[in-house]
Ligand binder design. Structure first.
Ligand code: GUN
Ligand code: ZN
Length: 496
């Protein structure tokens, strides 16, 4: 068992946890953001990240220090914490990203892990092979074999209390991701980044990003802290957290700022296009887009970077509160509306609903039915599974509205999207859901799927659906085995 990571609150596959980083002597609350610090640039000073943004952890690249005449000896002499002036936890990368960009780096896993240890890193990284999307299966397998060897080499390096990342690769082959994750989890390493997803995110391939995360999660234990390498845009935090990611690193705040771009939770804006700042962070409360445009290059970059960090941390807090309140999927639904590719990402997440259901709490605060996707949420599929276990006593009528039972042995309610349930359960979660009065087709179909589950589990029982205002298409979706009783004329339709 891994004892450095403790889960506190769950929602879907999302969780709030505590990652203990022994070498730093700190406990980092997850989901956490690790701003990327490039020692050559330092767009925002690490001390400011700590004081103004509450950063508990950051990430920098050990390979930059290793290969730099300016920084190598200083890092070895002073240590990263003093050199960067940061007292929280520091994660270092290994040069694998440079390997992916330039095809070659001149360091081994032993050397770079030892070096990361020697400069005082709290979480180090071996030289994994970030296999890009869409490569041949042969290449993905070959690269993965190398990555696995490097993780095993990393296990043998004496790094004291430093935690070590075990990156999970596998390109766009979910079965390889799962296998990579299972192998990584079997090592003694500590943190599990899902790697080489940057090209997917750059191309808005959020569905495949989600599939990669879900595949990795299948191979990892629930106690594995999962990092989404290179994911720093606040737009996708809710989605990635709901898929089970705990750590994010953001170079985006600085890279976009350099490019005069302004992050929002709905996407990226060009500073040139903004007449108004849709944000109340200290930067946006104090200035107008015109004023920011008139700043000199460096000041403008730092100003935009500050805003970008404010929205990024704000979204992370919103995600954590949503987990606390049990409505993370409702936040994901909201974010999914900002781009069709985000909607694909959310739909890919719902394709993995069984995986979400396994960790989703049985009872939460509320269920808001707010989109066609709501009908596919884990709470609905869990109710359908449960229908096969609920006892049914004799001939049963399923009423789409409150009403008397017309002489049947037993009366249940039939409500989209959950389907049938005994009246006694109507005050229990999630059947207390707030739903719109005008259901969409998906909600009726989900209810029909619930009826099917009930009928299949009770082949000896006669079921009748007593309906009031259900559309024809919804009635057609019901299994043939149920009788239909039109209650609109009033017989048996008195409201109770
Ligand atoms: N940064 C972004 N992606 C990756 C990756 O796959 N591996 C490593 N080590 N760093 C990354
Ligand atoms: Zn702002």
């Amino acid at each position: 068992m891994r004892d450095s990571f403790e889960l506190r609150t769950l929602d879907g596959a999302g969780r709030i946890g505590d990652l203990e980083v022994p070498r730093a002597g700190v406990t980092v609350e997850t989901p956490a953001l690790l701003p990327v610090i490039n020692p050559h640039i330092r767009t925002i000073e690490p001390a400011e990240l700590e004081s103004d943004f509450g950063a508990q952890i950051l990430i920098t690249n050990g390979y930059i220090f290793y290969g730099s005449d300016e920084f190598r000896d200083r890092a070895l002499a002073e240590g990263l914490h003093d050199l960067l002036d940061f007292s929280g936890a520091i994660m270092t990368d290994s040069g694998s990203f440079q390997l992916a960009e330039y095809g070659d780096i001149s360091v081994t896993t032993e050397e770079i892990l030892q070096f990361q240890h020697d400069i005082g890193s709290d979480i180090g990284t071996p030289v994994d092979i970030p296999t890009p999307p869409d490569v041949s299966r042969e290449q993905a397998e070959r690269d993965l074999a190398t990555t696995k060897q490097r993780l095993e080499i990393a296990e043998g390096v004496d790094v004291g209390e430093m935690l070590v990342n075990a990156p999970v690769q596998g390109s766009t082959y979910p079965d390889l991701r799962e296998e990579a994750a299972r192998h990584a989890y079997s090592t003694s390493l500590d943190v599990f980044p899902v790697g080489a997803v940057v090209p997917l995110m750059n191309d808005y391939r959020y569905a495949e990003m989600v599939e990669a995360v879900l595949a990795a999660k299948r191979g990892l234990g629930a106690d594995a802290p999962v990092h989404l390498f290179g994911a720093g845009h606040p737009m996708m935090f809710a989605l990635a957290v709901a898929a089970g990611c705990d750590l994010f690193d953001s170079a985006a705040y600085a890279l976009y700022a350099r490019d005069d771009r302004y992050l929002t939770v709905r996407g990226t804006e060009k500073l040139a296009d903004l007449d108004y700042f849709p944000c109340s962070c200290p930067v946006c409360s104090d200035t107008t887009p015109d004023e920011v445009r008139s700043l000199d290059g460096d000041t403008r970059e730092r100003t935009l970077a500050r805003h970008n960090l404010h929205v990024t941390y704000e979204e992370l807090r919103r995600v954590k509160q949503a987990i606390r309140s049990g409505n993370l999927l409702e936040l994901v639904e909201e974010r999914a509306r900002s781009h069709p590719a985000m909607l694909d990402g959310y739909r890919a997440l719902l394709d993995g609903v069984d995986q979400l259901e396994a960790s989703d709490p049985v009872s939460k605060g509320s269920f808001f039915h707010v989109s066609t996707e709501s009908a596919r949420r884990p709470e609905v599929t869990r109710h359908h599974d449960r229908l096969s276990r609920l006892p049914v006593e004799g001939e049963t009528v399923l009423l789409t509205q409150g009403g008397n039972n017309g002489g049947f042995d037993e009366t249940w309610r039939l409500v989209p999207p959950f389907g049938p349930f005994p009246r006694a359960l109507s005050k229990t979660y999630p059947l207390t859901a707030e739903t719109p009065e005008r259901f969409d087709r998906a909600a009726y179909e989900a209810a029909a799927a619930g009826v099917r589950a009930l009928v299949e589990a009770n082949p000896e029982t006669e079921f009748t659906v007593g309906y009031f205002d259900w559309p024809e298409a919804a009635l057609d979706a019901l299994p043939d085995a149920v009788g239909l009783l039109d209650l609109r004329e009033g017989d048996g339709g008195s409201d109770t």
